[in-house]
Design a protein around this ligand. Structure first.
Ligand SMILES: Cc1cc2nc3c(=O)[nH]c(=O)nc-3n(C[C@H](O)[C@H](O)[C@H](O)COP(=O)(O)OP(=O)(O)OC[C@H]3O[C@@H](n4cnc5c(N)ncnc54)[C@H](O)[C@@H]3O)c2cc1C
Length: 381
């Protein structure tokens, strides 16, 4: 047994060459999880259609860097046969990691010597690799799922906001934190996790904010106080992408007017009183309006009883506060589910059972991994 990180089974033990009779797979959501699922199914010759709410791949910014780990995200990319493409988008040197005190004292400094197991890539570039690896037309853009109706015997009818409807015998919810598919399986809903990040960007920081660029270093930097943190990442072109993370009730954030960027910035930085100015510049010198990102989580260790014809992957199944694992596990879920379907192409229930037995124990560790993520920095304080 390899959980929490590994996969539990190898499809080559099961391959039964029945993929021409395989049940087509309907996936809701073209995030990293849904796309990995579609890619690995495609490698096995199994048809899949993804219905995605966004109008196009460019409809929304995809955020910044993701570190893709050798124990989960990279395993999924290996299964997807995309390691060469993945290596081609790695940002060399960006695995460097610094821990600093609120006063700017350097507490730990790990350089990127190229031997680390978590290289950084842009989410948009990773998503594009996956999009390029599946047949044209696999993703039906502009299809926001609004309702799912069970028809019995594992069949479901999906209705989209654009008026289209489809029926399917094998439905996968890869539709993220606020999944519309999840209620078919569980009544669990995401709850506020107690902290929120305020997202900022400083552009061309080597020139415009050299002291801040220097303290962030070549990769990522975290500075922690008791209930306030700053996390920053150096992206291409000396862009510093930062989160001011505050452990406060949601109501506390409600008192801040984020439609007034200057007032919001001034209010947030008051929570960092006494911190080094090169650190607080990550808040006060932002080139973009500060964006509030509350953190939500599903209950720890949630499972569900098997419901014929439907399952969940990624955040839809096991949303946890940001801990550097969510995208990685979404991809691993997608790869594992595809392998299970390929192993049992004409028997979806066995495939879904096998996948869930792999995913549930792994997901149960996710909230703990979020805590470990923060404690790993705590020990440097
Ligand atoms: C601020 C922040 C930073 C993060 N940083 C990291 C990190 O560094 N490393 C990491 O591993 N993880 C990180 N995560 C977590 C990571 O983003 C998620 O865990 C990951 O994206 C989950 O992938 P997914 O495919 O399950 O869902 P998503 O990426 O959320 O994709 C879901 C897709 O479904 C679509 N969709 C939603 N509703 C519908 C609908 N009704 N109908 C049709 N389509 C729909 C969405 O448009 C989206 O394309 C971070 C999260 C946040 C919020």
């Amino acid at each position: 047994m390899q959980f929490p990180h590994g996969t539990l089974f190898d499809v080559t033990e099961y391959a039964d060459q029945q993929t021409d009779r395989a049940t087509p797979v309907t996936i809701v959501g073209a995030g990293l999880g849904g796309l990995t699922l579609a890619r690995v199914l495609h490698l096995h010759g199994i048809a899949a259609t993804i219905y995605e709410a966004e109008a196009s791949p460019m409809a929304r910014g995809q955020g910044g860097l993701l570190d893709i780990h050798d124990y989960n995200g990279q395993l999924a990319l290996q299964t997807a046969g995309l390691m060469d493409e993945f290596r081609g988008i790695i940002l060399e040197g960006h695995q460097a990691m610094r821990v600093v005190g609120p006063d700017g004292t350097l507490l730990a400094d790990h350089a990127d010597d190229g031997s680390g197991g978590r290289p950084e890539v842009y989410r948009a570039e990773l998503r594009q690799i996956l999009l390029d690896s599946i047949p044209a037309g696999t993703v039906q853009w502009g299809h926001k799922l609004s309702e799912v109706r069970p028809l019995g015997a594992g069949r479901h009818e999906l209705t989209f906001a654009n008026g289209a409807t489809v029926t399917t015998d094998l439905l996968v919810g890869a539709d993220g934190a606020w999944s519309r598919v999840r209620p078919l399986l569980t009544a669990a809903v995401p709850e506020y996790a107690g902290a929120a990040g305020i997202e900022t960007y400083l552009f061309n920081a080597d020139v415009n904010h050299p002291a801040t660029a220097k303290i962030v270093g070549d990769g990522s930097m975290i500075a922690q106080g008791p209930t306030s943190e700053l996390f920053a990442h150096r992206e291409k072109n000396a862009t510093l992408h930062a989160y001011a993370i505050l452990t406060r009730p949601l109501e506390w954030f409600d008192t801040i007017d984020f439609t007034d960027p200057a007032a919001a910035t001034a209010r947030i930085v008051r929570e960092y009183e006494g911190w080094a100015p090169e650190l607080t510049a990550l808040i006060t010198q932002t080139d973009t309006a500060p964006l509030l990102r509350p953190q939500y989580t599903l209950p720890t260790g949630q499972t569900w009883d098997r419901v014929p014809g439907v399952t969940l992957i990624g955040d839809a199944a096991h949303l946890a506060p940001p801990n550097g694992e969510g995208a990685n596990f979404a991809m691993l879920d997608g790869a594992d589910l595809a392998k299970a379907i390929a192993a049992h192409p004409t028997d979806p229930e066995t495939a879904l059972t096998q996948y869930e037995l792999t995913m549930f124990p792994r997901a149960a560790h996710l909230p703990q991994e979020a805590l470990d993520f923060h404690e790993s920095f705590d020990k440097h304080r």
